[in-house]
Design a protein around this ligand. Sequence first.
Ligand code: ATP
Ligand code: MG
Ligand code: MG
Length: 383
Amino acid sequence: MADSRKVGVLGGGQLGRMLIEAANRLNIQVNVLDAAASPAKQISAHDGHIEGSFKDASSVKKLAQACDVVTVEIEHVDTHMLEEVAGEVAVEPSWKTLRTIKDKYAQKEYLKEHGVDVAESEDLEGKGADGLKAVGERFGYPYMLKSKTEAYDGRGNFVVRSEANIDAAIKALGDRPLYAERWAEFRMELAVMVVKTKDGVLTFPTVETVHEDSICKLTYAPPRNVSKETTQRAQDLAKKAIGAFEGKGVFGVEMFLLKDDTLLVNEIAPRPHNSGHYTIEACPLSQYDAHLRAILDMPIPASALRLREPAIMLNILGGKTPDSHLKVAHKAYESPNASIHLYGKGDARPGRKMGHITVTAPTLSEAEKEIQPLIDFVDDQRG
Ligand code: ATP
Ligand code: MG
Ligand code: MG
C-alpha cells in the first residue's frame, strides 16, 4: 500500500474517472460522491463511494467524514458545506477558490483585482432586455452573453449578434443570472494546466484549443505557429492567475491570443480540464497524476510536466445517431498512434462529451496527418 489516505471527489464524470485511473496505479482509494453508476464509480470497486448529489449538503458532509482530503472534478458544488467541513478535513482547492470560480462573473472580477487581464464585462443581473440593449451600444455587436453560474460546454453562452437578437438571447438564457463580455477578436485560443502545490506553482506546456459552438473540439500540443515567447508568456500569465487563488491541485486556464499577440484570460477551472487530457499520453505525469500528488503533498518534479512528444486530442461528442460516438471510436482503432478513451456515459445527446482520442507522434505534422481522417469522420457524425 503506497498511501493509506483516502481522497474524496465531488463528482463522478469523466474527469473523476480519469483521476481514478491515475489513483488506481498508486493504490490510492478515491471515494466518489455522485449517482450510482457514474463513469468514475464504474471503474472503482470498493464500498467507500457515496450515492447522492455534489450539490446536496448532507451528502457532501458524508463524503468528507469518510476521507482525508476532499477535492472536486466539477466546480458547481455546495461550497457552504465544504466551508463547514474544512476544519475537519482538507479541502483542495479551498472552498473560497471554488466559490469564487463557480460564478464566472465573480471569477473575472477577482482576476481583475489581482492584475490579470480579462475581456471587459458588465453585470446584467436584473437588467432585462434594456440592459442587453445598453451593453450592445457600449460594446458593439457581436458580444457574448453569459450565465454567471452552472455554465459548461457553452451551455450558458449566447452570441448576441445584433439588437434584433436580444429577444432570442432572453429566451435562451433569461432565467439565469447574466453578464455580458466584450467580443474577443482572437487569433486562437490557448490553454495551460497549472499545478499548485504546497511549495509553489508549476505549469504544463501551453496548448492550442479549438472550440466549435463553444465546445472544445481539439487540443494541439504544442500550439500551431505560435512563438516560444508567446507560449512562455501564456504559461507566465496562467501562473500569475492561479497564484491568486488559495489551495492545491491542478487548474485549467483558458486564454485568448488576440491578433496583436495580447493575451487575455478567458476562464479558469479549479480541477483537471479537457485541455489537459493530452497529458495522459504526452507527458511523464498526467494532469490527473499531478492533481493527486499536489493535494496529497507528494513530490512533483517540474520536468515531469514536459511534453515528451507532440500530441493532438480530439473530443468524441454525441452525434447524429445514438451510436455516433462508438463509430468514431471504431474508426480510431485503425489509427496506430491513437489512444482511445470512452467515458462509460449512458445516452449520447448531440454535443455531449462521450470520449476523446489522443494521437502522439514525433512531430506535430505527423500527428496532424494521422488524426485528419478522424476529424473528418467526427465532422460527418455531427448532430
Ligand atoms: P467550458 O466548457 O470551457 O467551461 P463555458 O461554457 O464556461 O466553457 P466559455 O469558456 O466562457 O464557456 O466560452 C466557450 C467558448 O466561447 C470559448 O472557448 C470561446 O471560443 C468562445 N468565447 C467565450 N467568450 C468569448 C468572448 N468574450 N469573445 C469571443 N469568444 C468567446
Ligand atoms: Mg467554463
Ligand atoms: Mg471555457
